[in-house]
Write a protein that binds this ligand. Sequence first.
Ligand SMILES: [Zn+2]
Length: 472
Amino acid sequence: MLQVQDQSIRPLTTAHLAQTMTLLALSNLELRDKVMGELASNPALELLEDRVCPSCHRHLPQPGPCPACSRPMAEDGPIVFLSPREAAFGRREAQPGDQPAEREPAAPEDLAIHVLQQLAAELDPADRHLAAYVLSSLDEDGFLQDPPAILARTTHSSLTQVERVLTMIARADPPGLATTGPRQALLAQLSLHDPSSSLGQLARRILEEAFSELGRHEFERIAEMLSVSLTRVRQAATFIQDNLNPYPARAYWGSGRQPQGTDPNVYHNPDIQISHRNDDTEAPLMVEIFAPIAGWLRVNPMFRQAAPEGGEEVSEEWARHLERAALFVKCLQQRNNTMRRMLEILVRQQRGFILNGDRFLEPMTRARLATEIGVHESTISRAVSHKSIALPDGRIIPLNRFFDRSLSVRDRIKEMVEGEARPFTDDEIVDRLRKQGVQVARRTVAKYRAIEGILPARLRHHKKDQPAALRV
Ligand SMILES: [Zn+2]
């Protein structure tokens, strides 16, 4: 008897654990697909439109969190709750009169996200994937590696769609991205300047008709070619040098960060959002864990009650559906509970980082967090993976950034370089960091500098990355 019971329980427990772990590692977007798939294949599972608290299943008539399940765990602690709604600014359609960016991030995380964020409102939802694809496939200078026809074929888009998206990207900050090379980038940037300016018009002619002469500084030749005075040519060349950048991705954009990893979905679909309650900066932090799909997902009670007609085979199938539906709902709940417990501790520990920036990131390992919650480290790794979190200042960052111990050092290096009167060498940066109580090797400084897109000292005196050939 005991043997039989054992056998019936063990597979279920294993299935339970395995499925919870799988669900834990998914982002909301991926989880949404998973839920939709289950709904489509399992008649015992149903999704009601009711607004129900995901924790206690109480009906929530008012917008906002469940009053019973959104209390701070500790005094002064954050309020962490499972939200009945999906991420608000992920799937919204553009409204007429919208500002291009609903929330201006203080420090865009990477170039693709920085650009997508500007395009969010005017971008046709059908073009979103295409734009994300184009942005993530640019080379490090910001140029297209594939011609539009290839892009169209790869993304199953029309050439018109591709051209439209490329034009939008080229006009965003930093302008000139997603063009085919320096000349096209400069022309795209120029088109944002006053078209009636005669200097601008001359600059356009030089770029269009005498680009290689410009690169070789053959100003007299250009004057002759275009029948204008040498002085005007020099003025136009200076205008180009001062106002345009031949390598748009190397320009200073946003807070001056360079692209790192690219995951454009991070911008559009934060899985978690931290805000101040009623925008009161003194109030406890509110941590909203968005639902992958709005509504109440549950086992259909009618399905449970109704007895199937049509013999043993059908009733076995019903039983399997019911079991599978119950398991899915339970695993989803467990996933959510783990997320909530993890964020309660994480947000309390990293309050300084959340409110004041990279410098204040507390060293924190997944292993330590796992011990505090009483789960295995692999559980935390899964819970952190593929998730993004919106901070109170509007930045959306990957959740694993909370464990990046290099952040605070990188922030110090960035500040040093921004304030330098002459370029500091990596050795000098090591010295200065040591004086601040931070011990790092020169090799590490070089690595962090590269991550932040800061050039080596010998190349840093040029504020803009103009190639020597274009310097006048
Ligand atoms: Zn509740």
